[in-house]
Design a protein around this ligand. Structure first.
Ligand SMILES: Cc1cc2nc3c(=O)[nH]c(=O)nc-3n(C[C@H](O)[C@H](O)[C@H](O)COP(=O)(O)OP(=O)(O)OC[C@H]3O[C@@H](n4cnc5c(N)ncnc54)[C@H](O)[C@@H]3O)c2cc1C
Length: 348
């Protein structure tokens, strides 16, 4: 996944900087290439240039590495896996959680960070339907050695007439992740792990530049990802319960921001809860403050992510590249809330 400076500055303050440097890749540049002959159409310098511009690095990282880093910061005894929340009740004293295994738990606050199919979201905001984007993506990971004409220090975008291919290095540059976005009829599940087919990849890349066509031979397990999001919510908190990440604002992947926004949410919520006045009213006010700080911003990112669709024509392709997401990458959620960047340093 892509970690923008808006997310990495927070992860660095939590003490994850050295491990990110070790496991993740700082791409030197994004090259946009012609699909048929591989000519470089545009090159966006990243690396040191983006470090200077946004005051934090831009990384590409394997999701498993990020999970491992985050969970290493949490005491093991605080994590209870295999607990499916099926319902909960809120009282003035707290929240009672009921799990599928028949156990209960009591908490001061319930944070529904349970993803795009969130049970907490349904309870807080009502049922809603996924919105299909008209596109699906074939995706997977290949060894960088199998794409010998591509440099694992770079990210690549090949923009063809019926597909857009994004390739970026992960696992310290030993692998490339690929995402091949094409228009597709609705009908697939709202899932990113459905089985895909290598022959689809082969068909899409027929006639493409050999450097990227090599993907079709190198790909092992191909996944199909039907691209859905949801409409932004009008509210996402009650007095004792709130939402975070995809549960609150599932978005299309075109700006690579879903996880980054979840990290921003988590930091904002931590600051608001840390500064909460004691008692029920203090908690309710903290959740309101969190939602007011986050919902306008994430709604803008969520709706903005819809603009990066697979284009219908070549002119639209060029328009997409011109779109700026500087305001997303530049954001420092902690500084915006407390007027300083020091809170996480102290917490870490
Ligand atoms: C292929 C792909 C590539 C992506 N690339 C990027 C990228 O480059 N950059 C980026 O920022 N974002 C990216 N995203 C988006 C990013 O993965 C999500 O936005 C992010 O994972 C959201 O985190 P989350 O914690 O809110 O939800 P999730 O990661 O979905 O986690 C939710 C968790 O809740 C659990 N859960 C669900 N229901 C229950 C329940 N009832 N009880 C208990 N637990 C429950 C689930 O098992 C899961 O572990 C990508 C997504 C995909 C699919």
């Amino acid at each position: 996944m892509h970690l923008g400076p808006n997310g990495t500055r927070l992860l660095q303050r939590l003490g994850l900087g050295p491990e990110l440097e070790r496991c993740a890749v700082r791409p030197e540049a994004l090259e946009v290439r012609a699909f048929h002959n591989g000519a470089t159409v545009a090159r966006q310098e990243m690396g040191e240039a983006w470090q200077q511009r946004f005051r934090a690095p831009y990384y590409t990282v394997h999701r498993g590495d990020l999970h491992r880093m985050l969970s290493s910061r949490v005491p093991a005894e605080r994590v209870h896996t295999g607990k499916e929340l099926v319902r909960f009740e809120e009282t003035v004293y707290g929240v009672v959680l009921h799990f599928a295994d028949g156990t209960d738990a009591h908490a001061d606050v319930l944070i529904g960070a349970d993803g795009v199919h969130s049970a907490v979201r349904r309870a807080v905001a009502g049922a809603d339907a996924p919105v299909y984007s008209g596109n699906s993506a074939l995706r997977g990971v290949v060894d960088a050695a199998d794409l010998p004409d591509l440099d694992p220090a770079l990210m690549y975008m090949y923009a063809g007439p019926t597909a857009r291919v994004l390739l970026y290095p992960v696992a310290g540059g030993r692998q490339f992740t690929y995402v091949v976005v094409t228009p597709a009829a609705e009908g697939a599940a709202e899932s990113w792990t459905s089985a895909g087919d290598r022959t689809d990849l082969d068909a899409v890349l027929t006639g493409w530049d050999p450097a990227v066509r090599a993907l079709a031979d190198a790909a092992g397990e191909v996944r199909r990802w039907a691209l859905y999001d949801r409409e932004p919510l009008e509210r996402w908190s009650t007095a004792r319960t709130t939402l975070l990440g995809d549960a609150a604002h599932p978005m299309l992947p075109h700006h690579g921001q879903g996880a980054n926004q979840a990290v921003e949410d988590a930091v904002a919520l931590a600051v608001c809860l840390e500064e909460a006045a004691p008692g029920s009213d203090g908690i309710a006010a903290a959740l309101r403050r969190y939602e007011e700080a986050r919902r306008p911003h994430t709604t803008r990112v969520q709706l903005g992510s819809r603009t990066g669709q697979q284009p219908k024509d070549a002119a639209a392709n060029r328009r997409i590249d011109a779109e700026s997401v500087d305001w997303v990458l530049d954001h420092d959620v902690e500084a915006a809330l407390v007027g300083s960047e020091n809170r996480l340093h102290q917490a870490a």
